[in-house]
Design a protein. Structure first.
Length: 472
């Protein structure tokens, strides 16, 4: 928990601080670069990490084979990324395309670094050892963000954001390589890679599709809007995604290895998954509501509204996206557990098509608010019923029970929102105190509504999550 709070604090401080030092256009450039590198990052590793965890692989020769496969694959992906950079830059109307190409060259280095990190992360997750990588991550994150803020003060502009993205993962890689917890040998077995193709290929294809689904919005905005708009959209998205991602990423890191340990008891898998994912909703739904409902007060405290004039409304709209993605992301664990990665890929195609149509309609409107609203509406309508229903059917789980679980925090969050809105005009105190007081009112009203709806079941939920995750 302390790690999550620290990570959240560091990310927010660095974003708010850098927003003072650099321009929205700088954020926009880097956001577009991150999309291209991210497409190749989604292929990086080729599902090897999930395979190590699922099959509980401990044989040193097999692990070494997978490591070298991922290492050389990441080098190949880096070269392809560099070759495609010029073509990618032609999509956008850029004043300085050479500068954009240079950003791609530097950012692509992270592909090799993250490829190495993915194997070590898988080994720690396989052993349910989350303490060591968490410590490395916190140290790397802090040092990397300090350097990024220093670069912003030195007037390096968008390079400060590149440092923020690359330094933490590079330092994490150094920690993994030199701590000596896991040894990698010079051994490679080509037959082993061929035998794992059926599992890893469809999973990798889905990863690429899923990344495009969640980041196609940046490409469309970059095509139809200016870089300053891309930058503000990027910041709004980060503000909403940081808390959701930090909560869900650590839970997911535990969830999949945990489910693999009980895969012979599907009833236990269903109960564990439902409790944990609905527990995510209990945290992220009210968090999204508070961030959105108070955005018009806290955003001007940290951002120059003349430069970031669209940020408040974008944060409010994208809060829906953050909340929905928080409870749909873990569904990948069910696909991996069932081995139905082909179905996972086909589901990715369907959602990619629906999202793509929505993005194009929003982009052609030339209205960034309308674009964000369409995105949020599509996520709300298709993500929960479509993304969750299919894997529940594959595993023969009770989907309605799951919906009832997540409906409770949803109702309580909506209720707390209206209570906060009701008290807004009635409180006339200094702004800082008003934000704190309204936040407290929102939190208390949320908990009271939860108690009214679910009673003692809420305490049982907390106890179940604690026994399933924390003790593990």
């Amino acid at each position: 928990m302390l790690q999550q709070v620290f990570t959240q604090l560091v990310n927010y401080v660095s974003i708010f601080w850098l927003a003072v030092l650099i321009t929205p256009e700088d954020f926009g450039k880097v956001a577009l670069v991150v999309v291209l590198v991210g497409v190749f990052e989604s292929i990086n590793g080729f599902g090897v990490s999930q395979l190590i965890i699922r099959d509980n692989i401990t044989e040193p020769k097999i692990i070494s084979t997978y490591f070298w496969f991922v290492f050389f694959l990441s080098i190949g992906l880096t070269l392809i990324c560099l070759a495609s950079g010029t073509l990618y830059s032609l999509i956008f109307s850029l004043e300085n395309p050479d500068e954009f190409d240079l950003l791609i060259v530097v950012s692509a280095i992270s592909l090799v670094i993250n490829g190495v990190n993915s194997v070590f992360n898988a080994l720690y997750s396989r052993d349910l050892n989350f303490k060591s990588p968490s410590q490395y991550f916190v140290l790397s994150l802090f040092i990397g963000n300090v350097f990024a803020i220093w670069a912003g003060y030195m007037g390096l502009g968008f390079w400060a954001l590149i440092i923020k993205n690359i330094f933490p993962v590079a330092l994490l890689c150094i920690c993994f390589l030199f701590t000596g917890h896991y040894k990698i040998h010079f051994y490679f077995n080509k037959v082993l890679i061929q035998n794992t193709w059926s599992f890893t290929s469809h999973f990798t294809y889905f990863n690429a599709l899923n990344f495009l689904i969640r980041n196609l919005d940046y490409i469309v905005i970059g095509k139809f809007f200016d870089l300053a708009t891309v930058g503000q959209y990027s910041i709004a998205y980060k503000i909403m995604i940081f808390p959701m991602k930090n909560i869900t990423s650590r839970i997911q890191a535990v969830l999949y290895p945990l489910l693999t340990k009980m895969k012979d008891d599907l009833k236990k898998v269903e109960r564990t998954y439902t409790v944990i994912v609905s527990g995510i909703g209990y945290i992220t739904f009210p968090l999204a509501v508070l961030i959105a409902s108070l955005a018009f007060m806290w955003v001007p405290l940290f951002f120059n509204i003349e430069k970031y004039d669209k940020l408040i409304i974008l944060v409010q709209i994208l809060s829906v996206v953050g909340a929905v993605q928080a409870i749909t992301s873990p569904v990948m664990s069910l696909y991996l557990l069932s081995g139905k990665t082909r179905v996972l890929f086909y589901m990715g195609l369907v959602t990619a098509l629906i999202n793509g149509i929505g993005f194009l309609i929003g982009g052609m409107s030339r209205d960034i608010y309308q674009f964000a609203f369409i995105y949020a509406a599509v996520q709300l309508v298709i993500s929960i019923p479509l993304s969750n229903y299919i894997p529940f059917r594959l595993m023969d789980f009770d989907f309605m029970r799951f919906l009832k679980r997540i409906f409770i925090p949803f109702v309580a969050s909506v209720g707390s929102y209206f209570i906060v809105i009701y008290f807004l005009p009635l409180i006339t105190i200094p702004l800082y105190l008003k934000i704190v007081l309204l936040g407290g009112i929102g939190l208390i009203s949320y908990l009271l509504i939860l108690l009214i709806i679910s009673g003692t079941k809420l305490l049982d939920q907390v106890k179940q999550i604690k026994s399933m995750i924390i003790q593990k």
